[in-house]
Design a protein around this ligand. Structure first.
Ligand code: FFO
Ligand code: GTP
Ligand code: MG
Length: 458
């Protein structure tokens, strides 16, 4: 249990499910959960003696006594619950009104509306989850691909936290010995030989460096990659967007200038979550609406992490180049579309200079799209057949791991000279950031930043 964080003893309540489903879950956590349930719900069986069993009953407004929705309820006695506190969950109908009404009953009976992430924060404070697991809850919810979900679930199950914990314990043991050694410099007790110490330190720093290699993977999988489809009008940009999404999202016609506004959607290719944007075809336009759309296209291209520049192979390519003021900051893939009706043409030298990769496809006859997906994968990972690890650190972890790696290096430099005081200093220097990753040595404002990003009800 963490003592440096002030926990209130309020019983909190929130809607745990997204609006619009057929069933809604209202979760109540805290020492008054059961008594609140007694005021707002009456069932065919007594909740307390049916612990962890769903019981059918009815909601009641605790102020007016009026019946509300039919609802199932379950009581889970702390500390063996998600938050570590007493928990009651109501499952009512998922209509917008009934869900809110059920929550309102709980609030009227004395619960406080939970803040964003407060259930998970309580789970962390009560020692149910370490901080890496608590962070993983949000990653699980926002995962945009199967791989992103697997990594988040691994982290939630403690895969990453346990590795950090293992190093933390080993380094703590070393530190304990160092401290004793400082007090008994004269005596030749049975100390761990320097080679053994070095071995332990090497082991930790190798593991940390390996974890740091997953930084890019973590960033890509958590945040997704911003991909912009650009190109001249009528090249097939919206057709590509629809094909990638697997549905008719954007309007496609044979009229140049069909797309007027940028259109962002989320999807995934080869396990990579993408934020993909279809744009208005770029050309000299007089129409004010089209002109504004083209400005937006240019702005989107400027914010891209990967640009797919699409051209129509049945028309001269050198008339379809990006505009002169176009900055090529992001990696670029040239897509030569409509290979089904293509004429043979050389790729303009413009693209050789930009060192872009290119691919001939036909969206219409679904030709060579796999090759396009290969190129997207290579552009994101900067290697083909990239193996995504099972554990991928986030930005907070990687800053702290870097500090720890550096301290271990400094520590090793002091072992040979038997400067135990300095060895201790650097061991502490490595332990602090590892402890911070796990949430053992945390300041409350960091907690606020982490849990404040959560959604209400989590
Ligand atoms: N209805 C419901 N479904 C849910 C959650 C929830 O809170 N309520 N969860 C919330 O995110 C997730 C599941 N996570 C959970 C994690 C731990 C416990 C829990 O009760 N843990 C006890 C031991 C339970 C047992 O062994 O049976 C404990 O850790 O002591 C419950 C849910 C997803 N599904
Ligand atoms: N033959 C052939 N036609 C295609 C192919 N891909 C798209 N088209 C056609 O090209 C026309 C333009 O397609 P869109 O997807 O609307 O093109 P766009 O680039 O979004 O055009 P704007 O929105 O005007 O910038 C449509 O008639 C599509 O059916 C292809 O691979 N082969
Ligand atoms: Mg279009």
């Amino acid at each position: 249990m963490l003592t440096l964080i002030n926990m209130d003893h309020d019983t909190i309540a929130a809607l745990a499910t997204a609006p619009g489903g057929s069933i809604a879950i209202i979760r109540v956590s805290g020492e008054d959960a059961l008594s609140i349930a007694g005021k707002v719900w009456r069932g065919q069986n007594v909740l307390e003696i049916n612990e962890r069993r769903l019981v059918l009953g009815q909601m009641f407004d605790p102020e007016t006594g009026e019946a509300g929705d039919q609802a199932m309820a379950v009581y889970m006695k702390g500390p063996h619950t998600y938050t570590g506190e007493d928990v009651v969950e109501f499952q009512c109908h998922g209509g917008n009104f009934t869900a809110k009404h059920t929550l309102m009953c709980a609030l009227k009976a004395g619960a406080r509306a939970a803040e964003a992430g407060e259930f998970t924060k309580r789970a962390f404070v009560n020692g149910k989850l370490d901080l890496t697991q608590a962070e993983a809850v949000m990653d699980v919810i926002s995962a945009g691909s199967e791989k992103a979900m697997q990594i988040a679930v691994n982290q939630l199950n403690g895969r990453f936290g346990n590795e950090i914990r293992g190093m933390y314990d080993q380094l703590s043991d070393l530190l304990a010995e160092c401290e004793v050694r400082m007090d008994f410099v004269e005596e030749d007790l049975n100390w761990t030989p320097s080679e053994m110490m070095n071995k332990t330190l090497n082991h930790s720093s190798t593991l940390m460096k390996r974890l740091l290699e997953g930084r890019k993977d973590g960033e890509v999988l958590r945040d997704g990659v911003k991909v912009i489809i650009g190109g001249p009008p009528n090249a097939g940009k919206s057709s590509l967007m629809n094909h990638v999404l697997g549905r008719d999202r954007a309007i496609v016609t044979d009229i140049a200038g069909t797309t007027r506004d940028t259109l962002e959607e989320h999807t995934r290719i080869r396990g990579i979550p993408l934020k993909i944007t279809d744009t208005a075809g770029i050309r000299e336009a007089d129409d004010i609406v089209e002109k504004t759309g083209i400005e937006r296209s240019k702005q989107a291209l400027g914010e891209a992490q990967l640009i797919l520049w699409l051209m129509d192979l049945s028309k001269p390519l050198n008339e379809q180049l990006p505009p002169n003021d176009f900055k090529l900051d992001a990696p670029l893939i040239i897509i030569l579309n409509k290979s089904d009706i293509a004429i043979d043409q050389e790729l303009p030298s413009f693209f050789e200079e930009a060192k872009a990769s290119s691919v001939r496809i036909s969206i219409k006859s679904e030709d060579n799209l796999d090759r396009l997906y290969d190129l997207i994968e290579e552009a994101v990972w900067q290697e083909d057949h990239h193996h995504i690890p099972d554990v991928a650190v986030n930005a907070r972890h990687s800053v702290l791991l870097e500090q720890a790696v550096e301290q271990i290096g400094d520590c090793q430099a002091c072992i040979d000279s038997e400067a135990w005081e300095l060895v201790s200093v650097h061991l502490r220097g490595a332990l602090d950031p590892l402890g911070e990753i796990l949430g053992l040595t945390l300041m409350p404002d960091i907690l606020h930043t982490i849990f404040g990003r959560y959604c209400i009800g989590k």
